[in-house]
Ligand binder design. Structure first.
Ligand SMILES: NC(=O)c1ccc[n+]([C@@H]2O[C@H](COP(=O)([O-])OP(=O)(O)OC[C@H]3O[C@@H](n4cnc5c(N)ncnc54)[C@H](O)[C@@H]3O)[C@@H](O)[C@H]2O)c1
Ligand SMILES: [Fe+2]
Length: 406
């Protein structure tokens, strides 16, 4: 197949320790009034007041909304949009984990679009003219600072839902690893494992026939030459440094490399898309109320085991990116799954859906709801039907990858 690539990105990405000091330069050209979207933890953090002060020093009027709730319930978006009507911002500055950045994106939409958000679920439905968003991540995980995605919890649906549109990509991202120094080990593990799952799912998604409409009629186009490089580097950064960052959160090199990995993984899956581990996590998260990163990471080794027969060469490449010694592809492809499973085990990701609180009686519903995330399911490198999802979920429930090896 001929080479094909897509890159969609913020106009500016600043990466590096201390880069938050450049925030005002990026915000100032957009107008006089800025709204910071964050959560109560950062609302009380001197790092946030320092950033707000730098904006005020640059002559901006700054309003702060610090009510973001993790996993982003619709009620929180409504409340923030109401606050935004009083603040009347020209630009949104989203500071926090994926929940705060996704909130910032959706507040920016709400300020220029009057209809219900539910009309925007799916792909390419966000109208042009969204207010500019400057994203400042404080976790190394979701990649939301560069992705065309916002994920929210709509109580009417019972599962989380994504809005995907290039119009949601932040105008700029400021990725300062010092902002992640305060992440406790569990959060570092869950968010870093989410990033690794983005990287591996983007690296292994189906490569599609490069028709002229592939890059313009689809938000997610499958693996491509640009996402491939980004995902490969992300896997290498995270394989080499995630465990180190979990063990010693004050290690500046580990924090830097994990944040770089999360950023590149976000760029990779922002065009390539993710696949089965993300599709299955949505209903698992809804029935267990567990964090997104924890669920996708738990599922990934099972999804890889299911996919392996169709992915021997690419999984062997993953093993090489993990630094494993060379061996025949078939062996390396198995070792890649063991390496991912081993890393996740060492950083405390549970091994089974049962350990996450899933009950056997929930498995049927989880399987059916997983298939409703069509864009993720169709991206899976091995064709995925109800029977396949059921097998993955049954093995993950038992915590036994052998069940997928027959
Ligand atoms: N938009 C996307 O592309 C995308 C991709 C994947 C996931 N998501 C969504 O992102 C959300 C998850 O985001 P997340 O994993 O970054 O977590 P989060 O934003 O939900 O935050 C989790 C907790 O971590 C705390 N926290 C954040 N930064 C911290 C720091 N530096 N020090 C100490 N505590 C800190 C927060 O206060 C919060 O209590 C979910 O809603 C998920 O569905 C979005
Ligand atoms: Fe994710």
């Amino acid at each position: 197949m001929r080479a094909f690539g897509v890159q969609r990105s913020p106009r500016t990405i600043l990466f590096g320790a201390g880069q938050r000091a450049a925030l005002a330069h990026l915000v100032r050209p957009h107008g006089q009034r800025a709204m910071i979207c964050t959560d109560s933890r950062f609302g009380a953090d001197p790092l946030l007041s320092g950033m707000a002060a730098s904006l005020r020093d640059a002559g901006l009027t700054v309003g702060v909304y610090d009510g973001t709730l993790a996993e982003l319930p619709m009620s929180c978006i409504d409340e923030a949009a109401q606050a935004a009507r009083d603040i009347r911002p020209d630009v949104i500055v989203a500071v926090g984990g994926g929940s705060c950045i996704d909130l910032g994106k959706l507040v920016a939409v709400r300020l220029t679009y009057d209809g219900p958000l539910s009309d925007l679920y799916g792909e390419f439905r966000v109208p042009d003219g969204v207010l500019p968003v400057i994203a400042v991540p404080t976790t190394s995980g979701t990649g939301s600072e560069v992705t065309p995605v916002a994920v929210l919890d709509d109580p009417g649906l019972g599962v989380k839902i994504g809005i995907s549109s290039p119009n949601l990509i932040p105008h700029a991202a400021v990725c300062d690893p010092e902002l992640t120094l305060s992440c406790p080990p569990g959060l570092t593990a869950n968010t870093g494992a989410d990033a690794m799952t983005h990287a591996i799912e983007a690296f292994t998604t189906l490569r599609r026939d490069p028709t002229p409409d592939l890059g313009v009629a689809n938000v997610f186009v499958g693996s491509n030459v640009i996402s491939h490089m980004q995902a490969a580097t992300a896997i290498r950064c995270l394989a080499g440094h995630l465990e180190r960052a979990v063990r010693d959160g004050s290690d500046p090199v580990a924090r830097e490399q994990v944040m770089l990995g999360a950023l590149l993984a976000g760029q990779a899956f922002g065009t390539a898309g993710t696949a089965a581990a993300h599709a299955i996590q949505y209903p698992v998260g809804a029935c267990t109320h567990t964090p997104h990163g924890l669920g996708v990471a738990l599922l990934l080794p099972y999804v890889m085991e299911f996919n392996r027969p169709d992915c021997v060469g690419i999984f062997a490449d993953i093993a090489r990116l993990f630094g494993l010694p060379d061996a025949p592809d078939d062996l390396l492809s198995r070792q890649a799954i063991d390496a991912v499973d081993g890393l996740f085990g060492r950083i405390g990701i549970p091994k089974s859906l049962a350990a996450l609180g899933v009950r056997e009686a929930d498995l049927g519903t989880i399987a059916e709801q997983s298939l409703t995330a069509r864009r993720l399911v169709k991206n899976n490198p091995r064709p995925l039907d109800l029977d396949g999802v059921r097998r993955i979920i049954a093995a993950a429930f038992e915590g036994n990858r052998d069940l997928l090896r027959s």
